[in-house]
Design a binder for this molecule. Sequence first.
Ligand SMILES: [Zn+2]
Ligand SMILES: [Zn+2]
Ligand SMILES: [Zn+2]
Length: 340
Amino acid sequence: MIDLAVEHVEATVREENERTCWGCGLRLLLPSNAPVFKCGWCGAITNDHAQKRKDKSLWWRRWRDRCFVSVVSLFMLFILCGGVWAVYPVVFSISNFCGIFHSLVTAVLAVSTFTTFGLAAFRCAGRPPNIQWGSYPLVGKGHLQDYTFCLYCCKPKSPRTHHCRSCGMCIEDMDHHCPFIGNCVGATNHRHFIIFLILTLISTMYVAIMCSYAGRHIWPPPRFTSLARPHTFGSGSASRVVRELSLALLGSAMLLSTRGIILVYLIVSSVSVQIGLTVLLWQQLCYIYEGQTYLSHLSSGAGGGSGERDCRNLVRFFGCPYSFSRYLPIFRSSRKRHRI
Ligand SMILES: [Zn+2]
Ligand SMILES: [Zn+2]
Ligand SMILES: [Zn+2]
């Protein structure tokens, strides 16, 4: 009787600790009853508590992304068309050569910026390759090392892959989901995204310079009141001088034509975009230099990533030939390279 009871308990414990690996389909006998375990054969990580998920608000996120992309496209078109309309009369009034030169610069910047925007926004960010999984003869030893199971796509997910709920799919080397391009930034379009940021920064700087130059020509001359008289200028306090200057500029701004108002708007908006883009670009280049993505930086913690800081990471990222990267300096650190 006692022997039967002991056998029953052993069988129950064995049953509780016997689990199936989703990667290779093998039944594993585990020493503990932990819900998360790693297969000793294929290396896949199984979480028994995880359940299949369905994203019900995917259509809303897609619709939001389409709206963002439309607004960004219209804004870029407005900057281009508004800038050409407001600046070109001034440029062509200087000389035809000057006009043609700036037309060529504008055309090159516009075509390259719109092309890289299209590639970053409408190209698939990085679909993971299809791999075999689920049965022992097909999956070899260590073939699914550190892979997890995506509960949305119902397929294997490598450690460098993340599921994006806005795109509704797994993205390889996902950096982040950018609402302004309505797409993820991943293995396939990361380079286009960075080149788009650089070109947009150059374009907005060019717009700000040309609009300031044209604005100087058409801005009505400011009318000073007391500042025009030397004896009042000397006796006035600093706050009074500032007030007089502000009133004079405001007075002349009231006389601005539509072209002048457009120029002021273009200068303010392009400088604002430049500030935001500079911060974003600097952050992105720092991650690439460290051999990381934004998500891998987050998962490695605020204390630092697991990549090696190396200029060659930047060279490899932009696809420059190896012969060029040989002459770049290397700044060694204790961190091991994680990506690229
Ligand atoms: Zn396995
Ligand atoms: Zn997925
Ligand atoms: Zn996404």
